[in-house]
Design a protein around this ligand. Sequence first.
Ligand code: AMP
Length: 284
Amino acid sequence: MAPSVFDSIADLREAVGAWRKDGLTVALVPTMGALHEGHMALVRAARAHGGRTVVSLFVNPSQFAPDEDFGLYPRNPADDLAKLAEAGVEAAFMPPTNAIYPPGFATTVRVEGVTDGLEGASRPHFFDGVATVVTKLLLQCLPDVALFGEKDYQQLVAVRRLVADLDIPCRIEAAPTVRDDDGLALSSRNAYLSAEERRAAPRLYEVLSWMAAALSEGGTSAEAVANGTAALEGAGFARIDYLAVCNAETLAPVERVTAPARVLAAVWLGETRLIDNVPVIPVG
Ligand code: AMP
């Protein structure tokens, strides 16, 4: 059955309120639409909770800088709704921009610390936009659980932080990154890649994976990052915004992996910016 489509916060709240009255739990999957298998894995995890699932589809202007791809960002609402129908999702929340940011809107949610480096350093506007919209979506829907992908690992850490700091009564659940057969992490932005760039793109995951293996065997981060940088440059990644080894919870840089860690990267292939990350199992 097709999901009910809500474009107003009041209507969404009324539906969620009715489900709660019936004793049903509510799971929220926030997305910017252009749904792919990575999103659908989150949807399936949400559905596995057994209650009702809300998927929000909102391309959030405040997380794009003026020179970024807000205008170009892929939008396929009809396809998205068909995928959600097939998955058995009960509700799609598709608010217009002025429902989220009405005239006079003047509040920003800022998460400090975990957002300072990595994406935060490369895209200074990004996390304020994400934290503000995620806070709003959580307060609009008031789900029992919200699901986020490890693909955007720093975002996941920031969301966990804001939910704890603002006492938002919602559990945050993570799902592993879904990849194409050749290892490339699925992303709506992969649509920007030319055929040649698409062939080069899986090298990112390959390099991150062997860096993670070297770190698990006791190698230093300095060594892994130096080798990884050379390999990425050799594979045609013209610009590397960052390539780093960080503690999995705090995102503080680590020199040797003695606790769960991640290797995280943002790189450019032509005009397309790709991000990815992999876990590192601590040295035995
Ligand atoms: P987006 O629409 O890009 O804002 O992503 C919405 C949610 O889907 C976020 O929690 C992302 O981390 C997650 N996501 C995006 N791509 C993937 C992927 N390849 N695997 C798992 N989750 C993903």
